[in-house]
Design a protein around this ligand. Structure first.
Ligand SMILES: [Zn+2]
Length: 318
């Protein structure tokens, strides 16, 4: 059953059901057409920067709702389990889970990729690629009426700034951290992308990345993820994760950080159910219940893996 027909009510209800160990905050709100939309964050576990972190983000692209659904459903799973499973609760003495489940609530509620100002948040950072990027799709400065608009890269949009500040304060200042940003819409396969988006140069966290990939392959040999650098497919300007990784390199050079993006392959949902072509949402989200449920089951196992891996950094760091 799809529990997430009204995601914002569900989040508020989740907060009410949360045990004390869960910190919830409304980071700020964004306005659009006389309505106000809150941006919620969660933090579970010790604040000490020595404690490793797993961070989950969804809804950067408002139309890609399945990503937020996976993140909210996972938070629900953690919060429910914290009430009765003492061994599970003990895990959160060793690891912190933090999350912004809907980064772009205006886009999410109004079924648009961009935020209310027509800015594609994942093209909005000040990082400009020095390599040849895919025209328009790689980020454009022509007009907010065309997709992939970068906006003012010297003054990031409120949503981008909030997420970046949250990551700077709660993720990359930790000794060991992994983040996963949930997207959908590209290709037939589910892909786990690592940096860079702006360059085909080798990711300088590649050694840790290869160790965790090998741990994933050994632990879940039947997993379906293709692990690869985003730039294998296309390079872009303004990626927020590039920006945050470069910030980490400059300010916390000895910290271990892996920023991952899950890109769920939605074309398979389209192939199996071509009527989705007529629904904007359907291009990016599984419409049929059994596909929705399968996406939930599949990615829960993966998030659980990364939570346990984050809690045991000796297994993937040098
Ligand atoms: Zn996306």
């Amino acid at each position: 059953m799809n529990l997430l027909k009204n995601e914002f009510e569900f989040i508020e209800e989740l907060v009410k059901r949360s045990p004390d160990i869960v910190d919830h905050e409304v980071l700020d709100s964004v306005k659009f057409k006389n309505k106000s939309y809150d941006i919620h964050s969660f933090s579970i576990g010790p604040k000490d920067p020595e404690v490793p972190v797993l961070a989950l983000f969804g809804g950067v692209h408002g139309l890609e709702q399945i990503g937020s659904h996976v993140v909210i459903a996972y938070l629900n799973y953690v919060i429910e389990r914290l009430h009765w499973d003492k061994n599970f609760a003990a895990l959160f003495e060793k690891v912190r889970l933090v999350s912004i489940p809907i980064v772009n609530p205006v886009g999410f509620k109004n079924f648009r990729r961009s935020n209310g100002n027509g800015v594609d948040l994942m093209r909005n950072s000040p990082i400009s690629s020095k390599e040849k990027v895919f025209p328009i799709l790689g980020g454009q400065l022509i007009s907010s009426k065309i997709p992939w608009y970068r906006g003012d890269t010297n003054q990031m949009e409120k949503e981008s700034q909030l997420m970046c500040d949250f990551v700077k304060d709660n993720v990359i200042n930790s000794k060991n951290a992994i983040s996963i940003d949930f997207h959908s819409g590209f290709g037939f396969k589910d892909r786990l992308w690592y940096p860079y988006a702006c360059s085909k140069k080798k990711f300088d966290g590649i050694d840790n990345l290869k160790r965790i990939e090998s741990l994933l392959d050994r632990t879940l040999p039947h997993h379906i993820y293709k692990v690869e650098p985003q730039s294998d497919h296309y390079t872009t300007h303004g990626d927020l994760w590039d920006y945050l990784y470069f910030h980490k390199k400059e300010h916390h050079p000895t910290m271990n950080y892996l920023p991952l993006t899950l890109e769920m392959g939605s074309w398979i949902w389209l192939k199996k159910n071509p009527l989705q072509l007529f629904s904007k949402l359907g291009l990016f989200n599984p419409i049929k219940d059994h596909r929705f449920n399968r996406a939930m089951r599949r990615h829960f196992l993966m998030i659980d893996f990364f939570l346990k891996a984050a809690a045991n950094p000796d297994e993937w760091t040098a």
